[in-house]
Every structure is written in structure tokens, then in C-alpha cells.
Write a protein that binds this ligand. Sequence first.
Ligand SMILES: [Zn+2]
Length: 340
Amino acid sequence: MSDQLSALESEVAAKAAAVQTEADLESLRNEFLARKGGRLSQVMASLGRLPKEERAEFGRRANESKERIEAAFGQAQQRILNAGLQAELAQRYDVTFPGIPARLGRQHVLRRTLNDVVEFFHRRGFAVVMGPEVETEFFNFEAMNIPADHPARDAMDTFYLAGGTLLRTHTSPMQMRTLLAYPPPVAVLVPGRTFRRDALDARHAFNFHQFEGLQVDRGITFGHLKGFVTDLCRHLYGAQRRTRFRPSYFQFTEPSAEVDVSCAVCDGSGCRTCGGAGWLEMGGSGMVHPNVLRTAGHDPEMYSGWAFGLGIERIAMVRHGIDDIRAFTESDPGFLEQFA
Ligand SMILES: [Zn+2]
């Protein structure tokens, strides 16, 4: 009898280890453990035929067997459950697949360009001042020596708002605001957004960024302006770049000059980037007009100063070979992520 129980245990152990599905395990459990007709019950049924003194020992032995058989089935069930879970995970996730790196933000190329300019001015002791983007007509035009009927206003058409205000066409109004607030010596950098009523194309935008430098003190000459602008262009475009000043006309400077920088691609011999000119236009400059100093309450016989303004987009386009100004505002990651 004891041999029969041992044989039963071995058989269960072998079959339970091989079973693959819960359904097969269930029928195996029925085969061996069913109360009626189960194979353990069949062995137990012979209990009645044993001599009385052997029955207790056999009963104890049979209980042991039942526990071992149930343990074997329990193990098998756990194994099948785990295998099922693993299979499901593998179907849903491939844990060996490389992860997707998180996309990190970064500073916009215009911001980086501007920071570069700010650093240049900071090192030379200039203060950074920001002005209002919604300006009065006075600060945008009259204070900059552009009266109401002056044709220069046509070239600087902008968006007019209620109450005689407008979106500023340049950062120059901050020249006047600064000169009214502080007596010379004054040395400031004015960066910021500016607006024109221009149709959008590869070279024009109705919203762009400028910065301008202003220095007013006793004894400031055009030589100071040339030295400063030449130094800045070398900082922005490389030590080999040359600058030239072409006579020009602006209402708030006298004399006035356009600033060109030698083309970095052809070094002045002419190429597609510079349109064959060998030079790239950078912006306007000049000596602060005596009328501007007078409006601010400073004596032009005592003080003089220089001012110049450049476009941030223009600098970034030349530095990085970007040929369409719209790329800056289209938020295309493919474009923006080039500038790490
Ligand atoms: Zn060129």
C-alpha cells in the first residue's frame, strides 16, 4: 500500500512538471484528487481491508501523500501563471528595445545670437535697457527727429493702435528715453522686438529683432563708432572680417553711415551669398543728431555720441547660412535643433 502511494507521488511529480496549460493541470488534478473516482481515493478505499492496527499508520501516510501531491500541483500552477505573464509582457513590450531619449529644450537661435551680443557689450561696460514695444508716436518718430510730414515715415510704416500709440519700428526710442532719464556719460545696449508693416517673405517679416548701441559723452567721435562696430563685427563673424562705412542718411544721426562686413564665404571677391558684392549689409550707424541731444536737454556743443543698430535675424542668417527669415518662427524642430 505504501508502495502504491509512493508510485502515485512520483507519477504526479513527473506529470505536473510537464503540464503546460491550466486546463491540462485541472484535469490532472481531477484524475488524482477527485473525491469520487480519483486515484488517491481509490488507494484510500482499500483502507477498510487493512488489519485494524495498520490503519492509523496508513492514514497518516496517505495524508502525507495528499499534501505532497497538492504541493506539486501548486508549483505547477505557479509556473504556468508566470509563463503566461512573461508571454503577455513580451507581446506588449520588448524590454530589450532601446528607450526613446527625452527631448530636451534649448535656447532659440535668435536668443543665443542676442546673448552673444549682450555679452560683448557687457564686457565693455554697457548697461542693457529694454523699452516698451508699444510706443508713442513721439518717442518712435518726433523724438528721433522724424516729424509728422517727413517721408521717412513711409519707409517705417507700422501698426497703429488706439490712443496715438503704435508698435515701435525700431529700438531707437530707447535712445531718447535713456537720455531723458540719465545725464551723460551714457553707454547702453537696447535689444528688443520691433515691427514694420511688411508683407512676409524670405527677407521680410512684420516682427523682427534689433539691438542698438548708444554712447554719449564728452569728446566722442566717429572714430569711436568705427572702432566699436569693427570690433563687434569681428566678434560676430570672425577675426578676418573687414568692415566698411558707406555714407547714408538717417534722421537721428549726422553724419550717417551704412555698415557692411566683408563676406565670410568669398572674403570680398563676390559670391552667391553676398549677391556678387563681396560685402553684406549689416545695419545703420552714425553720430547722434544734435536735435536728438537737444530734445533730451543736453547741449550738443558739450556732448556728442554715436549710435548704431543691427538686426538679430540678419546676424543669425549670415552666421549660419540661413536664407529664409520665416524659418525662425515656424517652430520646426528639424531647423531649430541644428543650433546646439
Ligand atoms: Zn560672398
